[in-house]
Structures are given as structure tokens and as C-alpha cells.
Design a protein around this ligand. Structure first.
Ligand code: PLP
Length: 373
């Protein structure tokens, strides 16, 4: 159940409820009205809140606090990485997988490396692309896919990047709090995060940089964030991000319970609806995510019928017309357009209960049975 209403909220990959600790941090921060760049006591109090949060965020992904740059979203963290790394290092090209988030794909014009039918990047194709271009190339790869939950072989991609003198950015927005993330051990050049995926506020993100990596500011101006991202800091949002980041070990300890609920949901679907397809089920993926196609019933119909029954899930990507377009992620995996148009994403989280899963199944299974009749 989502807090404060009776909805069965199964859309955690879109955003999460604000954690009580994050809400408390916001409340406490509202009296810290000083500008964190001011030298007087009010400014220093706001600065202290920002720096405490930076320590907490850094600890959540095993990075050093001074290499955490707060941004206005995960989208902005990706933009800062991709534009900033390319500009500062004179990258010759940018490569990504075709399944990346739109906030990454918008910056990658050069080449989309194919993925297999499970949605995993083709490392041999990445190596060929790296070998055919002059260094330094910029590679960008997500840790976990937002629609299917499929995990990418980021450690091997980092190794390949090193072999070919490339830079590599990892979009870890969906991974934090769901699987362990160790920035130092991975050795990527940068990694992006978003507060609202772990119980913080919307409109706050972070880019973490490897020590010594050069990056050009995407938003120049007042010199905040060590000249990497200008603009007076969003003290409340950052304080909430810090509080949510302190909760990451608790989120990780909830993961097995959430995975068991997701597995039960998928098991009921597989046994009751043989024509349904579950994407990414044969490979490593986030334990909270189920991406399901129900041939014959459009994504829109499924989402609306579930919504009317108080169950919140999402479909592919909503385009500006308000219509739901087939998911580019599924298309990149070779799923046909007609099947992709029947896919929904169910994503569970820390407040999800067995009753929420039952409620989903009570609406969705009859929908499937009607379609099959
Ligand atoms: N990257 C991935 C994989 C995402 O799932 C999202 C958001 O859904 C983003 C980036 C963008 O984050 P934000 O919503 O903070 O802009």
C-alpha cells in the first residue's frame, strides 16, 4: 500500500513514496534559510546540512564525498556526465546501448550498441565499436534498466573502456537501493543517481566522479559544486537525499522480501496465462521489476483497468499526445511492435505487501482470461 491512500502503488521505478526520514530532513531544513555559499552563521548552517548529505550520499555508493556533484535530477546528472566528460576530454564519439533512458540517448548520436533478446548489451559489438574509433570514445551504459530491470555487465564494459582508452559513464539511477552499488570497486569515470528513486524528493540528483576525472560544467555561473554545477543548492532536497541515502542499507535488506513478492506475481501469471510474456526473466535483473506483455490487450487498457481498481502500474513511454508508444527498450530487444504495445511494467517497493500483489492479480488475471476467450 502507498502511504496515505488506498492505492496499491506498483510503480516504484517511476518514483517512490517519500521516506519519513526524508520528510523529517525537509522539515528540519526549512529553518536553514541561509545561502550555503554565504560565510555568515546562517550560511554555514545551510552549508553543513549540504555537506552532511553529501557524506551520506557518497557512503551509499562507496564514493568520496568531494567527488559527489549535486544536480537538479538524474536527467541532469546524465547530461552533465555526457556533455561534461565529452567536452573536457575531447571525446571523438559517444556510444550507448539502444535500451538507455531517454536522458542518455538524447546525448548519444553516434552509435547504439545492440542488445540481445533479453536486453543485455552485446559486449563483442561494443568492443568492435571501440576498436574502430579513435580514442578517447565516451561509453555510457545503465546499470539496471528502468523498464525490464535487466542488469548490464557494467564491470566488463568498464574493462573494455580501459582497454581502448575510453571514458565510461554508468547510469545507476534505477540500481541504487535495489542492488548493491560500489562506485570505487567498479572504477567507472562517473555514475548518476536520482533522489526520488530511493525515497527522496523529485528534482534532486547526483553525479559521482572518479578522482582525477576532468569534467566541464554544463551550467556555468556562480562556481558552486566545485565549479561543476552552478546554482544555489536545493538545501531541502539535498538534505532529504542524504536522509534517504542513509536508508539504502535498509532498502537493500528489504530486497529479498520484495523479490519473493515479485516472483509470486510472475509465477501466478505464468501458470494462469501461458500467452503472457515476461521480459528479462532469464537473466540477472532487479528483484522488484516485472515487465509483462499480454497479447491482445493494449498497455493503455491494462493500465487504465488497473488504475480504476486502485492499482498503479505503468506502460511503455507516454508520448506528448498522451498516447502510449511502444517501448523503445522492448523494440531494441527485438520484440515486435504489436507485442510491445501490450507491455506493462509492475515495479514493487518497500511498502508493497502480498495484498497489493493479490489486488493486481485479481484485476489482471480476469483481463487476460477475457482476452483469451
Ligand atoms: N535514468 C534512468 C535509468 C531512469 O529510470 C530515470 C528516471 O526514470 C532517469 C535516468 C532520470 O532521473 P530523473 O527522474 O531524476 O530525471
Amino acid at each position: 500500500m502507498a502511504p496515505n491512500d488506498s492505492t496499491s502503488y506498483l510503480d516504484y521505478n517511476a518514483t517512490t513514496p517519500v521516506l519519513p526520514e526524508a520528510a523529517q530532513a525537509v522539515a528540519a531544513s526549512l529553518s536553514l534559510f541561509g545561502n550555503p555559499s554565504s560565510v555568515h552563521a546562517a550560511g554555514r548552517r545551510a552549508r553543513a546540512a549540504v555537506e552532511e548529505a553529501r557524506e551520506a550520499v557518497a557512503a551509499a555508493m562507496n564514493a568520496a564525498a568531494q567527488h559527489v556533484v549535486f544536480t537538479g535530477s538524474g536527467t541532469e546528472a546524465n547530461a552533465l556526465a555526457l556533455r561534461g566528460l565529452a567536452a573536457a576530454n575531447r571525446c571523438t564519439a559517444a556510444l550507448s546501448a539502444g535500451i538507455e533512458h531517454p536522458s542518455v540517448l538524447a546525448h548519444v548520436a553516434d552509435e547504439h550498441i545492440p542488445v540481445d533478446a533479453h536486453g543485455v548489451i552485446d559486449l563483442a559489438a561494443l568492443e568492435r565499436a571501440l576498436g574502430s574509433r579513435a580514442a578517447p570514445v565516451l561509453v555510457t551504459l545503465m546499470l539496471a534498466n528502468n523498464e525490464t530491470g535487466v542488469l548490464q555487465p557494467v564491470a566488463q564494459a568498464v574493462e573494455l573502456a580501459r582497454k581502448y582508452g575510453a571514458l565510461i559513464h554508468i547510469d545507476a539511477v534505477q540500481a541504487l537501493g535495489k542492488v548493491p552499488v560500489d562506485f570505487r570497486a567498479l572504477g567507472a569515470d562517473s555514475m548518476s543517481f536520482s533522489a526520488h528513486k530511493i525515497g527522496g524528493l523529485k528534482g534532486v540528483g547526483a553525479l559521482v566522479l572518479r578522482p582525477g576525472v576532468e569534467i566541464a560544467a554544463d551550467i556555468p555561473g556562480g562556481g558552486q559544486e566545485r565549479r561543476r554545477r552552478a546554482g544555489t543548492e536545493h538545501v531541502s532536497g539535498i538534505a532529504a537525499f542524504g536522509a534517504a541515502a542513509r536508508g539504502v542499507p535498509t532498502l537493500l535488506s528489504a530486497a529479498p522480501r520484495i523479490t519473493a513478492l515479485r516472483d509470486e506475481l510472475e509465477m501466478q501469471i505464468q501458470s494462469g496465462v501461458p500467452q503472457a510474456r515476461i521480459f528479462g526473466a532469464a537473466v540477472a535483473r532487479l528483484g522488484n521489476t516485472a515487465c509483462i506483455a499480454l497479447p491482445g490487450v493494449s498497455s493503455e487498457t491494462q493500465v487504465m483497468r488497473l488504475d480504476l481498481a486502485g492499482v498503479a502500474v505503468s506502460a511503455g513511454s507516454a508520448c506528448s499526445s498522451g498516447k502510449i508508444a511502444p517501448s523503445p527498450v522492448l523494440l531494441a530487444m527485438g520484440v515486435g511492435e504489436s507485442t510491445a504495445k501490450t507491455a506493462i511494467r509492475v515495479s514493487l517497493g518497500w511498502d508493497t505487501t502480498a495484498a497489493d500483489v493479490d489486488r493486481f492479480l485479481k484485476v489482471w488475471l480476469p483481463l487476460a482470461a477475457n482476452a483469451a476467450a
